[in-house]
Design a protein around this ligand. Sequence first.
Ligand SMILES: C[S@@+](CC[C@H](N)C(=O)[O-])C[C@H]1O[C@@H](n2cnc3c(N)ncnc32)[C@H](O)[C@@H]1O
Length: 246
Amino acid sequence: MSESLIHPRYPPEINARIARLEALTRLETTVVNLPGADVRLAVIHPASIDDLLDTVAHDPEFNLPYWAEIWPSGIALADAILKDPALVRGKPVLELGCGLGITAAAATMVGAHLVATDYSPYSLLLTELTCLLAHQPPPQVRQINWRAADADLLQRSGERWPVVLAADVIYEARDIEPVLAVLGRIVAPNGLVWLAEPGREHASTALNLARARGWQIESTTHTGPWPGGPDGVVHLHKMIKAPAGD
Ligand SMILES: C[S@@+](CC[C@H](N)C(=O)[O-])C[C@H]1O[C@@H](n2cnc3c(N)ncnc32)[C@H](O)[C@@H]1O
């Protein structure tokens, strides 16, 4: 039996979320450094995604529990947000595929009005937890499936989003068109999509299609280091939507 991460020094809203997650799986804590911004985040996460495979065995979408891992793209986007906070501060911001909430924590730290979304309800719980551990109020969260996305669910009171964040969300061919279609519908004219990805072929295909559809894209790279992983490069793409069209 592993030791519980519930702790008397945590407030009840943190311990309640840890208890719900510990009912699912073993947890551990990793301290994530955001090097450019000199910030450290304590991130509580499942100890192993292998332990979670049974929980997704009956998922009709066959989604693996990638929400349970720390990914370089989420860290790189968080770091970039802290270095350039004006892009999100005070703005309505939507995040697609929030995972453990590392990017969400950075966005809330600099004052974004964030709605964080993911397919997994556990991801949403972990995102709230990561924000609370970073001494931020948890963002609004919404469970979505971008392959079957209801446009109303992703709009904000009938308005489109000026900023959308997306870290490592295009890693399967089946997601290229659905994600582009969702962005086409929910991003405001001249709005920003800030996409991070670790050089994935399907992300590159999606970026080429977006360019052909009128999006302007400016790309930079981020070299880590990342906790526990190889020092791969993350590409950060600022995608600006055309004034009209998708
Ligand atoms: C590779 S993880 C990246 C997580 C996080 N953005 C990060 O960089 O750490 C991909 C995320 O997308 C979510 N996801 C995958 N397919 C999805 C779908 N169809 N609709 C919504 N979220 C989805 C997963 O649950 C997971 O949290």
